[in-house]
Design a protein around this ligand. Structure first.
Ligand code: APR
Length: 172
């Protein structure tokens, strides 16, 4: 059974098969976790991202990890929060689903996500965490045993508490 866990720390340090980047549609880098990933991966990551030519919101693209300890980076573009009536929840769920589909296609057994859209894109954390856990659990149900572990990498204690609570509640 795929293990879903919450963990506090810097996503770029995880030696998993794939880390997921909270990117923007250009895939040309930015701040937040996107900036941290590009800084740690080195310039070759940006060069590969340039060759992809962008990614629509809700979709995902995969690259190598270069100088990062991870083998792959899966770049997904979360929705910008616009109040909740612009299909944000469906787009956010699609980020997790499409990222896991790409991870599985690349043979990744361990995958780590940041809290997509919960920073610059302003998604209310409680709603984002509930959507993330539900989307991951639904994907696991449809793809049993394909992925060994999914880690929700939280940058602060507040996000760790939210994921821990959600994972406990969802497993009841
Ligand atoms: N490790 C883990 N989590 C991190 C890290 C890190 N090194 N750095 C930031 N985070 C967390 C933030 O605290 C937040 O909870 O990742 C979550 C997502 O925040 P952002 O990185 O701001 O991503 P997002 O809200 O999806 O906005 C994406 O920001 O950086 C730009 O290019 C990016 O335009 C895009 C937008």
């Amino acid at each position: 059974m795929t293990q879903c866990t919450a963990w506090q720390g810097d996503l770029t340090t995880l030696a998993v098969d794939a880390i997921v980047n909270a990117a923007n549609e250009s895939l040309l880098g930015g701040g937040g976790v996107d900036g941290a990933i590009h800084r740690a991966a080195g310039p070759e990551l940006l060069a590969e991202c340039r060759s992809i030519g962008g990614c629509p919101t809700g979709e995902a693209r995969i690259t190598a990890g270069y100088a990062l300890p991870t083998k792959h980076v899966i770049h997904t573009v979360g929705p910008v929060w616009q109040g909740g009536d612009a299909g944000e929840a469906e787009l956010l769920a699609a980020c997790y689903r499409n990222s896991l589909d790409l991870a599985a296609k690349a043979g990744c057994r361990t995958v780590a996500f940041p809290a997509i859209s919960c920073g610059v894109y302003g998604y209310p954390p409680d709603q984002a965490v509930a959507t993330a856990v539900r989307a991951a659990r639904d994907w696991i149900g449809a793809n049993p045993g394909v992925v060994e572990s999914i880690t929700f990498a939280c940058f602060d204690a507040d996000m760790l508490a939210r994921y821990t609570r959600e994972l406990d509640e969802d497993s009841r």
